[in-house]
Write a protein that binds this ligand. Sequence first.
Ligand code: GLC
Ligand code: CA
Length: 567
Amino acid sequence: MAQAHSDPLWWRDAVIYEVYPRSFADGNGDGIGDLTGLRQRLPYLARLGVDAIWVTPWYASPMADGGYDVADYRAIDPDFGTLEQAEQVIAEARELGIRTIVDVVPNHVSSQHAWFRAALAAAPGSPERARFWFHPGQGPRGDGIPTRWRSDFAGPTWARTRNPDGTPGEWYLHLFTPEQPDLNWRNPEVVAEHLDILRFWFDRGAAGIRIDSAALLVKDAALPEVPAHPGPGEHPHVDRDELHDIYRGWRAVADGYPDTRVLVGEVWLEDRERFARYLRPDEMHTAFNFDFMARPWEAKELRESIDQTLAAHAPVGAPPTWVLSNHDVTRPVTRYGRGDSSFSFAGKRFGTPTDLDLGRRRARAAALLTAALPGSWYVYQGEELGLPEVEDLPVEVLQDPMHYRSGGTDPGRDGCRVPLPWSGTERPYGFSPAGAARGPWLPQPTDWAGLTVEHEEADEASMLHLYRRAIEVRRAERMAGSLGDGPLAWVDAGSDVLAFTRGDVLCVVNLGPEPVDLPPHEDVLLLSGPLDAGRLPRDTAGWLRTTRTNTERNPGPGTQPGGVTRR
Ligand code: GLC
Ligand code: CA
């Protein structure tokens, strides 16, 4: 542990656990997860073995988008606790060897943020409005929408204001909900404010920042329509070239601290070369690799994604990240149990047929695959318990704007945000303390008794045991220079099988219908499921120890690709 504390390159192969605080643990019994609950459960995370937590927004917020509508970046929402408690989370986690990454939302603020309230109260053309994208409407009466850009949350991206006398006024831009007005990143005040927010959290011990919607901040000031086939850098509000200077400024702030502070970008981009630009040495450290997550459970697809990911990262020297789930996407146990096991926001529909036993089996294999790939590994809370997506939440409890802005066709993201089951056989399964005044903010299913932490701790065959063991073996092997950062070499094992070595560890995953022989090995380190007469069954993965030879060994923790010295 002490060694991990001082390692400046810890982030290159860390296991990072995403905490969605509303749904993690409720300390005071109001049915909403909070920082007291998070502090109480830190030992659980230490026992799981993670290197860091990423906590999704805990700031003061009206919760129009689960906290991604921030009213004050320097205050904790009263539902979650206090700033002092946030500092305690950071300090106590660190005592347990766990770093904390906080979530910064730079693209937009809440419509309740002081800046936006001041902008609404000020006149068109005022400096208060210049921090946002206020614009007159088209046509003589100004009632024509300024652009026809579509929101990621469905619908238009502009809302019209009212003047103090009640007449309709200017429009303002919101790429997400109208409660999330977009900031104007050409405004120097916006730039300066965020540098200060970064310092605020770094000064409180945050080891890193997760950058929300990182590729959206800059807009083409001419406000053109989105071209039918935008070339690189031509989209009016995605991946604009000017973004890179912003992140260079952020990196300079991060690098101003004596120990490493990392920048992790949420960058949804199909163009891998453009994606990798954000990871140049003076920009972000890493960014989420959503391509891998979105692929179906097929050997060819996954191998292609792995190859493309490694190839895209190599020129910039940044390690990839591997993600199976987060608070925005369908949980893997459910996703992998479907006829179409790929993920897309547009494809989500109520009532999709799902085989959860198949999904669970594949999710176990997927965990070992993901954990064996070079780079850092993100685990979303509840993934380690094998929680399924909750697909039968009553429609009236759904809170996600992705649901109601779709006109009710998209189930939204609440199904992956249901509060965690910790113990006991009855709801709320220890999420809230005994005798809590209110039930969890989203109701848990009545059949989760077998998925609680308590229950899975007692069951050697549980998903929790698999994750703990995988993290433990991964940690030991990365110290030895195998799993974690470093090269990967494919081993040919047939078209339905993914097999590759990391030093003297071989990861093999059978995605085909029939059992296969295990490649030559000396020892079995870990399996996602039992062997079948010594063979690896379908949808099963294993980590094997191959013969130790010097040429197969990675350089070890002392050296990194690109000549970076590890310690
Ligand atoms: C990111 C977040 C998501 C949020 C959106 C708008 O994609 O992960 O939860 O709704 O940004 O802030
Ligand atoms: Ca609470």
